[in-house]
Write a protein that binds this ligand. Structure first.
Ligand SMILES: Nc1ncnc2c1ncn2[C@@H]1O[C@H](COP(=O)(O)OP(=O)(O)OP(=O)(O)O)[C@@H](O)[C@H]1O
Ligand SMILES: [Mg+2]
Length: 295
């Protein structure tokens, strides 16, 4: 199998929908029949929780994989077939990741550790998706050094929505001048509500920025829907939520449309098909048992 293509979901800004998008896109990849590895790089471990995993109960996470001594091989920390999604594995994270930026900075070539640790796994997957932390620390840089492409969610209801993008483009340019090979796959408009002033204002500014900086902007917009929040409270990525309401169906249709726009040659199944397959395999989330969150 050829080496996996690595996508970083990054935004150098907090609360832009990175984790929500990473979980749902990864599940789409899994149901498209691609061996997929999802990597949680955020100390909040929201992505790990989103797959029903309590990081406090794990023997090893990405923190142990990057440990200065007695590092655990990445494959030992990987959880297989998370939430029953075929072909989808998760390298979880936990709150000790808070110390990783400082640790990696203190080590020689620390920012290359993630790349070195995951490189042996790349031949086993077709796609790797990484959920990046909301800052420009060593861990985000480590992810960008490994990544082939970036998907950057931009929250349209946020008055400072565009700020993180300029910082991210500057970081990417610097890294690419030093031998990285990462490019923007797409900026993605998230939490879109055309009735909001911020949506219109950000929308215009974002189009100008995208044109000026030659950044691809996805046509598909993720509409503001409460289902995104519901999915988080139920510890399940939105695309796996089995709820009958219109908001959920619309939000799931948006994810599916986005996946097809970003990777047009991949046979991503429609949300209804995913639902049917999950019901048939007994992994449906009509009444999921939420994972216990650490205090
Ligand atoms: N399209 C959407 N419509 C409505 N709410 C959304 C949408 N996308 C994301 N959200 C909500 O935005 C909030 C932040 O999402 P998420 O945790 O994925 O962001 P993040 O960028 O990972 O945050 P952090 O920087 O803290 O890691 C969540 O409550 C999520 O439900
Ligand atoms: Mg997050």
């Amino acid at each position: 199998m050829p080496r996996a293509v690595v996508t970083a979901i990054a935004a150098q800004k907090g609360g832009t929908g990175k984790t929500a998008l990473a979980g749902s896109l990864a599940a789409q990849w899994g149901y498209a029949g691609s061996r997929t590895l999802l990597v949680d790089l955020d100390q909040q471990a929201n992505l790990t929780f989103a797959f029903g995993v309590d990081p406090g109960l794990l023997e090893a996470t990405v923190v142990d994989v990057l440990a200065p001594r007695n590092a655990v091989p990445a494959e030992q920390a990987v959880l297989e077939r998370v939430h029953g999604v075929p072909g989808l594995d998760l390298l979880p994270c936990d709150e000790r990741a808070e110390a990783l930026d400082t640790q990696l900075r203190s080590e020689t070539m620390g920012v290359f550790k993630l790349k070195d640790a995951l490189e042996p796994l790349l031949g086993e997957y077709e796609r790797v998706l990484m959920d990046c932390p909301p800052n420009v620390g060593e861990l985000t840089v480590s992810a960008l050094l490994l990544a082939d492409e970036i998907v950057c969610p931009v929250k349209m209801g946020d008055s400072n929505a565009l700020r993180g993008i300029s910082r991210l483009t500057q970081t990417v340019e610097k890294l690419n001048r030093r031998g990285a090979h990462v490019r923007f796959r797409s900026l993605v408009r998230v939490e879109c509500d055309p009735s909001q002033v911020s949506y219109r204002r950000n929308g215009d500014a974002l189009k100008r920025l995208a044109r000026r900086s030659k950044l691809p902007l996805a046509r598909t917009e993720l509409r503001a829907r409460a289902a995104w929040r519901t999915a988080i409270t139920q510890d399940v990525p939105l695309i796996l939520l089995d709820a009958p309401d219109r908001g959920t169906r619309e939000a799931q249709a948006d994810v599916h449309r986005l996946a097809r726009e970003l990777w047009p040659r991949v046979p991503f199944p429609a949300p209804n098909e995913i639902k049917a397959r999950r019901r048939a395999s007994g992994t449906s989330f009509e009444s999921p048992a939420p994972a216990k969150r650490a205090a």
